[in-house]
Design a protein around this ligand. Structure first.
Ligand code: SF4
Length: 476
C-alpha cells in the first residue's frame, strides 16, 4: 500500500506540554484539531511504515480498536492532510486565489419577478453597503414622493432600510411596487434587492448563483423570464470583485471531509435531477445519490486519490422508510405555535405522514379530503424538483456545515410544501394542486424553517436523514 506523508506546507501548533495540538493549513485557511489518535498516527506515518502497519502500531500503543484508528486516519485523509490528497481541489484553490471567480449557474435556471411585493415585507433589509448608501442618499427622495425619511436605521454599526410598523420596507408603495425602482430605475435599489431572491456562493467552482427559493410566487417566477446565465454581466456587477472562498470542512455524520468532496456530490445530485421526474421520485433520487456518495467516502481505501475514485464510481443507495419523519414533525410541532397556517399545516402533515407509513391509521374526514387533492403534473412537480435542484446546486443542502442535517431539512421541507399546497388547494375548492398553491406553501415553509431554532431538530435527527427522505417521498 502507498506510504502516506503529511503535507509539508502545514504548520504545527503545539500544546502546553509540547504535544502536537493542531495543524494549520495556510492554503485552505483552516485549523485542524489533532486528538490523541490522530497525533499518534501522524507520528507513526513516517514515510517508512505502510498505512496498515501504522494503524496496527497506533492501535497497540493507544489500546484503541483498529476501526477507531482507521476512522481517525480517514478523517485526516478527507481533510487533505496528506501529500497527494485532494490534488484537483488544491489546484482549484490556488487558481481561485489568483483570479476573480467566474459566475456559474444551474442549467436552465430562470427568474422573473411577478410583482407580489412580498419580498419587501417582513424581512431585515440590509446591511446596506457604503456604496449603496451613498447612491441612495444622493437621490432627491423627498422630491420623488418617497416620504420625508429617515430611510435608514443603524444597528450595531450597520445600516438597514427602515421598515414601517407592519414590516414593509420604507420604499414599498401601496401598489406593491418599489418606490425607488419606479422613480429612479432598477439600478437605484441596494444590491441585495437587485439580487434577491438569488444568492451567490463563492466556491472553487466559481460564484454559484442560484435561487434561494423564498420568492412568494416561486412556482411561476422560477419558470419564467430569461435564463440567469443571460444576466451574467448584470449579476457580476452586483457582487464584490474579491471574496473569501466558502470552503469549510463539512461533516458527513461523524466523518469530516473537505468541501471539494461535497462539491463533487452536489454535481452528482444535480445530474440525478436532470430528468423530468415527479417530485417524490426526484427526492428519492437526490437522497439515494447522496447516500451512495457518503457511503463511498466512508469505505474508500485509505490512500490519496481513492476517495475521488470512489465518489466517481458510487451507486445510489436506498434506505428503509421509517418513522423518522414523524419524529421530526413532532419536534417541529412543539417548536412552533400551532396557531396560524403553518401550525395547521404541520398538524395535518403529521397525520398524513403517519397514514402513509402506517396504513392502520384512520384519517378524519378533513384529513382524507386534503389527502385526496391531486398533486401531480407540471405545476406541482416542476417547482418542487426545481427547489431540490437549486438546493443541490447551492447552499441549502448544508445545515451548520453538515450534509445529513441539510438532507433531513430539505426532505422535510419538500414534504411540508407538498402537504401545504394540498391544504391550500382544498381550502380554495380546487380538486388539484395549482402553481399558486405550491408558491404559497413553499414561501411559508422555507421562511419558517429558516429560523435557527429549528436547525437543532434536523441536526439531532441527521442519522435518520436517508430513512426520513424515503418516508417524505412516500408521503408526498
Ligand atoms: S428598496 Fe425596493 S426592492 Fe428593496 S426592499 Fe425596499 S421596496 Fe423592496
Amino acid at each position: 500500500m502507498e506510504r502516506l506523508r503529511r503535507r509539508a506546507d502545514l504548520r504545527e501548533e503545539r500544546g502546553p506540554s509540547g504535544e502536537l495540538a493542531a495543524l494549520h493549513d495556510p492554503l485552505l485557511a483552516r485549523r485542524i484539531d489533532v486528538g490523541p489518535l490522530a497525533r499518534a498516527l501522524l507520528a507513526a506515518l513516517d514515510g517508512e511504515r505502510s498505512t496498515e502497519e501504522a494503524i496496527a502500531a497506533v492501535a497497540a500503543a493507544e489500546s484503541a480498536p483498529s476501526e477507531a484508528v482507521a476512522a481517525s486516519l480517514r478523517a485526516l485523509l478527507l481533510v487533505l492532510v496528506f501529500e497527494g490528497a485532494g490534488e484537483e481541489t488544491l489546484a482549484r484553490v490556488r487558481r481561485a486565489a489568483a483570479a476573480p471567480p467566474e459566475l456559474v449557474f444551474l442549467e436552465g435556471a430562470r427568474f422573473e419577478c411577478q410583482g407580489s411585493g412580498a419580498c419587501c415585507r417582513g424581512y431585515q433589509f440590509g446591511p446596506v453597503t457604503a456604496r449603496d448608501r451613498e447612491r441612495l442618499l444622493g437621490f432627491d427622495l423627498v422630491g420623488a414622493g418617497l416620504g420625508e425619511g429617515p430611510y435608514l436605521v443603524e444597528r450595531a454599526g450597520e445600516h438597514f432600510l427602515r421598515t414601517h410598523e407592519d414590516g414593509r420596507c420604507v420604499f414599498l408603495r401601496g401598489d406593491a411596487r418599489c418606490g425607488l425602482h419606479a422613480a429612479f430605475g432598477a439600478a437605484a435599489k441596494p444590491a441585495f434587492c437587485q439580487l434577491y431572491p438569488l444568492r451567490a456562493l463563492p466556491t472553487i467552482e466559481g460564484w454559484k448563483v442560484h435561487d434561494g427559493g423564498e420568492c412568494a410566487t416561486s412556482a411561476v417566477s422560477g419558470r419564467s423570464g430569461p435564463l440567469l446565465e443571460a444576466e451574467r454581466e448584470r449579476l457580476r456587477a452586483l457582487l464584490p470583485e474579491k471574496c473569501a472562498l466558502e470552503h469549510p470542512v463539512i461533516h458527513l455524520g461523524a466523518l469530516p471531509c473537505d468541501m471539494g468532496y461535497v462539491l463533487a456530490m452536489q454535481r452528482a445530485a444535480v445530474a440525478a435531477l436532470a430528468a423530468p421526474l415527479p417530485a417524490a421520485a426526484a427526492l428519492r433520487a437526490l437522497s439515494r445519490v447522496l447516500h451512495g456518495a457518503v457511503s463511498a467516502l466512508e469505505t474508500a481505501p485509505l490512500v490519496p486519490g481513492a476517495p475521488e475514485r470512489a465518489l466517481a464510481a458510487a451507486s445510489p443507495l436506498e434506505a428503509p422508510a421509517t418513522d423518522a419523519l414523524v419524529r421530526v414533525l413532532d419536534h417541529l410541532q412543539a417548536a412552533f405555535s400551532l396557531r396560524g397556517p403553518f401550525g395547521e399545516m404541520l398538524s395535518l402533515a403529521l397525520h398524513l405522514a403517519v397514514s402513509r407509513i402506517d396504513s392502520e391509521i384512520v384519517l378524519t374526514h378533513d384529513h382524507a379530503a386534503v389527502a385526496r387533492v391531486a398533486a401531480s403534473g407540471p405545476d406541482f412537480d416542476e417547482p418542487l424538483r426545481y427547489t431540490m435542484r437549486t438546493a443541490a446546486f447551492g447552499d441549502a443542502l448544508l445545515l451548520e456545515k453538515r450534509l445529513l442535517a441539510g438532507v433531513a431539512r430539505l426532505a422535510t421541507a419538500s414534504f411540508l410544501i407538498a402537504t401545504g399546497a394540498r391544504l391550500r388547494a382544498h381550502r380554495e375548492g380546487s380538486p388539484a394542486v395549482r402553481a399558486p398553491d405550491v408558491s404559497f406553501a413553499q414561501h411559508t415553509v422555507l421562511r419558517a424553517l429558516r429560523r435557527t431554532s429549528v436547525d437543532a431538530i434536523f441536526v439531532e435527527h441527521e442519522a435518520s436523514a436517508w430513512s426520513l427522505a424515503e418516508a417524505a417521498a412516500q408521503g408526498m
